[in-house]
Write a protein that binds this ligand. Structure first.
Ligand code: ATP
Ligand code: MG
Length: 150
């Protein structure tokens, strides 16, 4: 069975995107995978004891898992969907997941939580759309608003 990878951040926009991706996966007969990538707060060059770093890493992973779980619960998505929590650069981690053999499609919002409102797409959606090895569906803010009210 192919998989549809849906990328969520902590924005309302991403929730509408997840709802749409769930419908798309259902219609295509694919498995839905929901992923959130936590941006590591561990600054390169700043040394921390390995134990401290491990705790930080675990906390970040737990937060990412909770975010995915929250979206599943809020949207009442089927609980058997695949959940992925990752740490790193969001676009790079998403692109790495897209390389997995059975990922047929990646779905993202155009914007997320970021502050730069002048560009049409955010940095994550721009990079993934440009480089994904599979087809990429970008749900615009306008489409997300419409989907959220239907
Ligand atoms: N950390 C993340 N994990 C998973 N998906 C993400 C993450 N960040 C963004 N996305 C996906 O990318 C979409 C667009 O978000 P993006 O981050 O590109 O825009 P932005 O937050 O408005 O801008 P920027 O982050 O560049 O300031 C989101 O709707 C979501 O689908
Ligand atoms: Mg962002």
């Amino acid at each position: 069975m192919g998989r549809v990878l849906c990328c969520v951040d902590d924005s309302d926009h991403a929730r509408a995107v997840a709802r749409y991706a769930a419908e798309l996966a259902g219609a295509l007969g694919h498995q839905l995978v929901l992923v959130h990538v936590a941006v590591s707060t561990h600054a390169p060059g700043v040394s921390a004891a390995p134990a401290g770093r491990r705790r930080l890493h675990e906390a970040e992973l737990r937060d990412a898992t909770e975010l995915v779980d929250r979206v599943v619960a809020e949207l009442e998505l089927p609980s058997d969907l695949e959940r992925r929590a990752e740490i790193g650069d969001p676009a790079d981690r998403i692109l790495a997941l897209c390389e997995e053999a059975d990922v047929e499609l990646v779905v993202l919002g155009s914007r997320g939580r970021g502050s730069v409102k002048s560009a049409l797409l955010g940095s994550v959606s721009t990079k993934v759309a440009a480089r994904a090895p599979c087809p990429c569906v970008i749900v615009s803010g306008h489409a997300a608003e419409r989907l959220a009210t239907t």
